[in-house]
Unconditional design. Structure first.
Length: 202
């Protein structure tokens, strides 16, 4: 069995968090992708706007009709920073028989050397890096530190071309704070209804 892990703040979750993951799921033949909403993201101290429980609920609503995409509360523990290496260790120990893939974007891959125990992380999991469909060999490597660039040739690192979704969480929050209606195709309908019902960003 092949399982993907995809973490994030999801503030709020939008189709840019869903469509590229579904493309990776199809290309890698993943049986399931587990979303890990983070209560306390270590790289964004104080940066999120919506409370952790609200962001968890939005992820659940967004994935409700998405086959093979589910949410797990492991990183929702209050008052504890969630480091990706700890999550991978958790799922590696609870599901030792599965082939684990960590799905990350290009920006996150470029910053991988700043992550907690990143070298241990890479040794424990397959990395699936979501890249633009027009990427060219060598272009990504030019943005990486030598340590991270050296990972490109490893068997457990895959580049997954996908069609980028033109949506920005920052712009979304600004529009929602102003009471504006986001463009069609930015947010799952149930997520937008939930945000508007509880005035999450106003």
């Amino acid at each position: 069995m092949k399982i993907g892990l995809f973490g994030g703040t999801f503030d709020p979750i939008h189709f840019g968090h869903i469509l590229p993951v579904k493309e990776a799921q199809a290309q890698l033949g993943l049986d399931q992708v587990i979303y890990l909403p983070t209560a306390m993201p270590p790289h964004k101290p104080g940066g999120q706007v919506a409370p952790p429980q609200a962001r968890w609920t939005m992820v659940e609503l967004a994935l409700l009709r998405q086959a093979g995409l589910v949410a797990d509360p492991f990183e929702m523990a209050p008052m504890r920073e969630a480091f990706t290496v700890d999550s991978v260790e958790h799922f590696r120990s609870t599901m030792p028989e599965v082939d684990l893939y960590l799905l990350i974007g290009c920006d996150s891959f470029a910053e991988l050397h700043t992550w907690s125990r990143w070298e241990e992380l890479v040794a424990m999991v397959n990395l699936a890096v979501l890249v633009r469909p027009d990427w060219r060999p060598g272009a990504l490597e030019a943005q990486l530190t030598p340590e991270v660039a050296a990972l490109m040739g490893q068997d457990n690192v895959s580049l997954i071309p996908n069609q980028p979704v033109a949506v920005s969480a920052t712009q979304l929050r600004r529009m929602l704070a102003e009471g504006a209606q986001p463009p069609a195709g930015w947010l799952p309908g149930l997520v937008l209804e939930y945000i508007q019902k509880y005035d999450l960003y106003r």
